[in-house]
Design a protein around this ligand. Sequence first.
Ligand code: SIN
Length: 501
Amino acid sequence: MKEIKQFDVVILGGGLAGIYTALCLSPKLHIGLFVKDAIERGSSNLAQGGIAAELSLEAEMLKEHFEDTLKAGAYQNKIEATKILVNEAKKNIDKLLALGVEFDRKEDGTLLSTLEGGHRSRRILHAGGDDTGAHMMKNLREAIFQAKNIDVYEDEMAIELLHNENKALGVIVINQQNEEVYVLANQIVLATGGIGGIYKKSTNEKIACGDGIAMAFRAGVKIENMEFVQFHPTGFYEEDRIGKTFLISEAVRGEGGILRNIEGVRFMDKYDKERMELAPRDIVSQAIHREMFDTWSDHVYLDVTHLSKEFLMKRFPTIYQHCLANGIDISTKYIPVSPVEHFLCGGITVDENGHTSMDNLYAVGECAYTGVHGANRLASNSLLECIVFGNRIAEDIHQYGTFTKLDVVLPDLVFTHKKYNFKDIRVEIRDVMTKYVFIVRTEENLLLAKKLLTKHYNNLKKIQIFSRYYYETINMVTVALLVIDQALARKESVGCHFRLN
Ligand code: SIN
């Protein structure tokens, strides 16, 4: 007997995109929120710098945020979606405040804001100094656990979409007892995050395996712009560290941090004379990559020794303590940094209301390709994207969603229950992506990566093991191949996709 659950709306993912969408939906709707791990483990919790939002509502100020976003995105952004992103910021920040999020404030009570790369004015709100994500998510989780209409399932992973004639009907979930559950819903929202787990070093948790993107791809949903993988210029460098890398926020450069190569020489003037360290991330990451190559090193330095210890400890308490725990008092010593995978600008193609190419299926947050980031995301626009488009999805569902009892013919899937070990494949995916599909790409390397990973994809497809471990692994290979194929298809260099040939 198959276990079946039914909801009005099912949301996959417990980061900002998923939780905020759930909180914007009417309390009359019965919502199932499924998270494959503990709800605290998503990337939103790790966001440091903040959330970009122009709060003044003056046309000129909004235009500046819009223009900065396009410029950082190498003008590959979708215009309408980008206008929406900027124009609907204030209304959603107000909603966050009403939900109990506490951003940092000046003594007079007005909101504090900071500067980051690519922004021409201080429009980034932050919380807990440099711990914005953790603070925001804590407040929002409290709200979600209080909501009577939202059932939260942690450690339960959706593995396949149920669909018929291009209409989404639900998902198959592996529950905590390792049993299959058929979760039916009138509307399904994918908010499953990014793909950092396919690289050796990422600011994401290793659990970011591109699950929603891979699952949508298997169901024939349109996926675009996967080649635009953003590398954050300043991951904290530790020689042998693999996996989640501590982030040195862009806000550190916003407050005056200077990049120096291994010989102590400031270098950004060679790459962007005007904006220097505050150039957009693609430019800074590519510049660091070049400096590391020219100086035969695997890292550079971020220098904040000209800023006072008191200021650093107050403004960047998390970064200050992390570096100190690693033997670096940043008020007297340079911080070793190197670029690491950070954010996927492409993903599941959606329109301005979050609709994917499949009926009743929405996507939001890092797994979605709204087009607002173009070829390279402007700093701190990602959290903004989650709330603006999460709210639009909720409004769309209120306006057009129909809620009826679903009568679905369940597929006769035969899963194999085996304890196979996929560790070597996962290690190889990360090696291949880091070696051949990193900041600088060539045709030869991309083809080699494709050959190496296609072999694993074909082998994994032959077996269908009922385990989170298996699905994460096949999802990782699937999204890695999507990045490679779309990188091969784009011959020119643009934004964070840099082709040497
Ligand atoms: C940072 O603080 O540098 C990360 C924020 C972002 O990814 O936009």
